[in-house]
Design a protein around this ligand. Structure first.
Ligand code: AMO
Length: 418
């Protein structure tokens, strides 16, 4: 067996030399044990190895396992590939705590630590599970442009880019394009970055984040879409609990099992619940962060860690959500996970005339959306979909305090390097 990785700890215990190697194949370090009387030549090579070295070894899992941190190996062959040219700027052994700012600067190096490695192994697991769910359920993966001429989620959070002679934007969401593709595919998904010029600095917003986006046609109502989302989220969470036990343990996180269906709350019900708790909530506005958090506490007490809020008021939604007849409410929903919105979605307006009217109603110019509107002229079926935030989902699965912990290279108001 050959393993490659980086030395994160080195200790001499009497005559025994112990070298801990962090490899990308596992969250648990490999603990290499060298005894001078057992393997004198290797011991002499190992004596010169220190923290930060990149190496590969061949060996066997030791019969006797004494280490609590990792899996012990007896080594048969050792090859050093690189040594640090300077002392490491951060402690990869985990002995010294690192402040968030330094963590974010050196994440690519700190990922040698089990706790940091665990986050990114689970992140990869979330994406793997999502793909598995979609492939098993008849969705096709699509890719839509990230340089766009029109925004879907409101002008305030658009990043402008110079596109030759004209102005363009970075995509806030694949919204318009995923809907257009329902003119020729029944069920599509995309795993994609979102770029949003959110100016505020919070623990739940990034300026570049990732979404798992879905759009599905031929639906009989918004429930069909909610069913897809709850099945997907339960599949991902349960997949992580089943396949990433070592990672959850390294992070000290309890694994969660979700069962469907998730609880559904009407927006109007949520308003009543929050008002009865003394919160000032309006019937025609989106919920504040505080209101979301309070609802999370109430729902957690009732053993509903994950729940839908359905029927948001039209003044708080984007133009593409379907409105209920003669009502201020829409078929837009949110999915919240312990007080944090992790996904939004809904049934869309697929009737051309009504869609044009909705665009105007939001104070937008239908001419700017003519490429999108055209897709609604030639047999667009009733459809709906959602966007599920990867970092927010990861935050909740791993109990992370700050969304920045869920990405390798953070893009926020003050960070554009590394
Ligand atoms: P929405 O704007 O609610 O909906 O975004 C969907 C989900 O993406 C995540 N998210 C973010 N995460 C971190 N930082 C951000 N700045 C950020 N913005 C969004 C959240 C959120 O729930 N087009 C619709 C979706 C749809 O209807 O299909 C949309 O983008 O988890």
């Amino acid at each position: 067996m050959r393993v490659c990785g980086w030395v994160i700890r080195r200790a001499q215990v009497g005559r025994v030399l112990i070298i801990e190697v962090s490899s990308s194949s596992s969250v648990k370090p490999c603990v290499l044990v060298f005894k001078p009387e057992r393997e004198p030549d290797l011991y002499n090579v190992a004596r010169n190895i220190d923290v930060g070295f990149a190496l590969c070894f061949e060996g066997r899992v030791a019969e006797e396992q004494k280490s609590k941190r990792g899996v012990e190996y007896t080594v048969e062959k050792l090859e050093v590939y690189a040594k640090p040219t300077e002392p490491l700027p951060v402690d990869t052994s985990g002995k010294t705590p690192v402040l968030l700012d330094t963590r974010l600067k050196y994440r690519w190096l700190l990922a040698r630590k089990p706790e940091e490695r665990a986050i990114f192994r689970v992140r990869a697991g979330v994406i793997k599970a999502a793909r598995e769910y979609f492939e098993e359920n008849g969705f096709i993966e699509v890719h839509t442009p990230k340089i766009v001429a029109a925004g879907a989620e409101g002008g305030a959070t658009l990043f402008k880019v110079q596109y030759f002679e004209s102005e363009a934007y970075l995509s806030q969401s694949p919204q318009l394009y995923k809907q257009m593709l329902v003119a020729s595919f029944e069920k599509v998904y995309e795993i994609t970055p979102y770029f949003r010029a959110e100016k505020f600095n919070t623990t739940r917003h990034l300026n570049e984040s990732w979404g798992i986006d879905v759009e599905q046609g031929f639906i009989s109502g918004v429930e069909d879409v909610m069913k897809t989302l709850e099945e997907l989220v339960a599949f991902i969470v349960n997949y992580v609990s089943r396949n990433y036990r070592d990672e959850l343990e390294a992070l000290g996180v309890e694994s969660l099992r979700l069962t469907t269906p998730f609880k559904r709350l009407k927006f109007t019900e949520v308003v009543d619940i929050l008002r009865s708790e003394g919160l000032d909530v309006r019937e025609d506005e989106d919920l504040s962060d505080l209101a979301e958090r309070k609802l999370g506490e109430i729902m957690a007490e009732k053993k509903h860690p994950v729940y839908f809020i359905v029927g948001f008021p039209w003044p708080s939604t984007a133009f593409y959500y379907m409105r209920e007849e003669n009502s201020i409410y829409t078929r837009k929903f949110d999915l919240d996970f312990m007080g944090l919105e992790i996904a939004s979605g809904g049934q869309r307006e697929h009737r051309y005339e009504k869609l044009v009217e909705a665009i105007r109603d939001k104070g937008l110019n239908p001419e700017n959306y003519s490429f999108y509107l055209e897709a609604f002229k030639y047999g667009m079926p009733p459809h709906g979909g959602f966007g599920l935030g990867v970092e927010r989902l990861l935050m909740k699965i791993l109990n992370l305090e700050n969304i920045r912990e869920a990405v390798f290279f953070v893009r926020d108001r003050t960070r554009i390097v590394p």
